[in-house]
Design a protein around this ligand. Structure first.
Ligand code: PLP
Length: 420
């Protein structure tokens, strides 16, 4: 398959080049030139995730250097369960938090890591994180001996559990506690990726959410869950997706585009109102980010907006398939509190935005994007009891941790050589 830039000013590329480049040279994001249309009869909702992934992703890897590794990459990425649980007559919950760092980002990070390990023998992954991305990327790439991973996080601004998940991956993962905020960390990563001298020396690759290597595999669980729901009920459900940078939601819309039984995608957002305002007015206007309880979705200018608008050139087309529901912190608290009684589930603040976006009587799959134990300081006071901690997280908490203090971000890139 060929991929083109959303800005249409760069040459078409295959998947391997799209992955090594990250961003297209014209500054746009890579999208498929044409979507294949799938024959649903070839897919079974009961197929295990890796088998389903191989069937769905084979056309996307075709004619690239990754083609002959499709099976291996899919088996490495999809090695944990992605269960769909029925909550009531019209609602099911897709649990995306059974990977190594208990969030859906494990799927994309593991696929990208497995793909990169086939494409270049030695590489340095660099990523800025304010939450789940860094942990998932560190966990995924730490399995490959030829890769060094650099995680930049804002010192003192993440939770104790988040910090453990960034700093416990051993010698090849360097976690830098930057004495600044997330935006500064992200700027340092951009500068590193843009510097030709650093680039020549370290062969940096980007693992941020615009990478196709994270987006494409995310199609798999949306597709599989929708088919499972359809096989059970004969009804194409809505997917209600906690959304920030829109990576997960664009992947869901790609799954719809290739033919899976998805009626609409509902973007559940926190109080960051960029998307809600855009759907209302038809004018896209980024806002400054505000901090909310669902912090992995604190985004004022979603990086995948170009892919969304590319897929739906007019507002009428967009509104036909997609809707937005904005959820305030008060509503998040209320939903976390009531969910154990109403649905029999303890949920994280992100998942709460999706539960809050259910329309009674409409068939929907609510996506649970992270395990509540990752956000225990928010969840436990609201439900009045401890959140059970999964074995995977307990195992991480007993590992030794290591982080490098960076008191002066300004000289960080110049000093990089002393650490790696
Ligand atoms: C990253 C993240 C989101 C938002 O996903 P996007 O692809 O950025 O829209 C939602 N929930 C959790 C738990 C996350 O980590």
């Amino acid at each position: 398959m060929r991929f083109r830039s959303t800005r249409k000013q760069s040459p078409e590329v295959d998947l391997s080049l799209a992955l090594t480049q990250g961003l297209a040279p014209d500054g746009g994001l890579y999208v498929p030139c044409d979507f294949p249309s799938v024959t649903l009869a070839n897919f079974k909702g009961s197929d295990d995730p890796a088998t389903f992934a191989i069937k769905l992703l084979t056309p996307f890897l075709k004619h690239s250097a990754l083609e002959r590794h499709t099976q291996d990459i899919c088996r490495k990425a999809f090695n944990f369960p992605l269960p769909l649980k029925r909550l009531n007559a019209t609602t099911s919950m897709l649990e995306l938090f059974h990977g190594p760092t208990l969030a859906f980002k494990d799927v994309g990070a593991r696929f990208l890591a497995a793909s990169m390990s086939k494409l270049q023998s030695r590489s340095t992954v660099i990523v800025a994180t304010s939450g789940d991305t860094g942990g998932a990327v560190a966990a995924a790439f730490s399995e490959y001996e030829d890769t060094i991973t650099l995680i930049l996080y804002p010192k003192g601004k993440i939770s104790r559990r988040q910090e453990i998940q960034l700093t416990c991956w051993g010698d090849r993962v360097h976690a830098f506690a930057i004495n600044s905020d997330f935006d500064r960390c992200q700027k340092l990563v951009k500068d590193a990726l843009g510097s030709s001298s650093l680039q020549a020396r370290h062969r940096f690759i980007s693992a941020n959410s615009i990478s196709l290597g994270r987006l494409l595999p995310q199609m798999v669980y949306h597709a599989r869950a929708s088919l499972q729901y359809f096989e059970e009920t004969g009804i194409a459900p809505d997917l209600i997706i906690p959304s920030g940078n829109l990576g997960n939601s664009v992947a869901a819309l790609w799954a719809k585009r290739v033919g899976f039984p998805i009626r609409r995608v509902i973007l559940a957002t926190n109080a960051n109102s960029t998307l809600a305002d855009f759907f209302q007015s038809g004018v896209y206007q980024p806002h400054t980010t505000i901090a909310t309880l669902a912090n992995a979705m604190d985004v004022g200018n979603p990086s995948n907006i170009e892919r969304l608008r590319d897929l739906y050139p007019t507002m009428a087309q967009l509104r036909n398939d997609v809707a937005v529901n904005l959820v305030t912190d008060d509503e998040i608290r209320k939903t976390i509190r009531s969910s154990p009684q109403v649905f029999g589930e303890i949920v994280c603040p992100h998942t709460a935005t999706a539960l809050q976006s259910i329309t009674p009587g409409e068939h929907a799959i609510v996506e649970a994007t992270a395990h509540p134990s990752k956000f225990e300081t928010i969840v436990e006071p609201l439900i009045g009891k401890a959140v059970p901690v999964p074995q995977a997280l307990l195992a991480l908490e007993s590992r030794p941790t290591r982080s490098i203090d960076v008191p002066s971000p300004d000289t960080f890139l110049n000093d990089l050589a002393q650490w790696i």
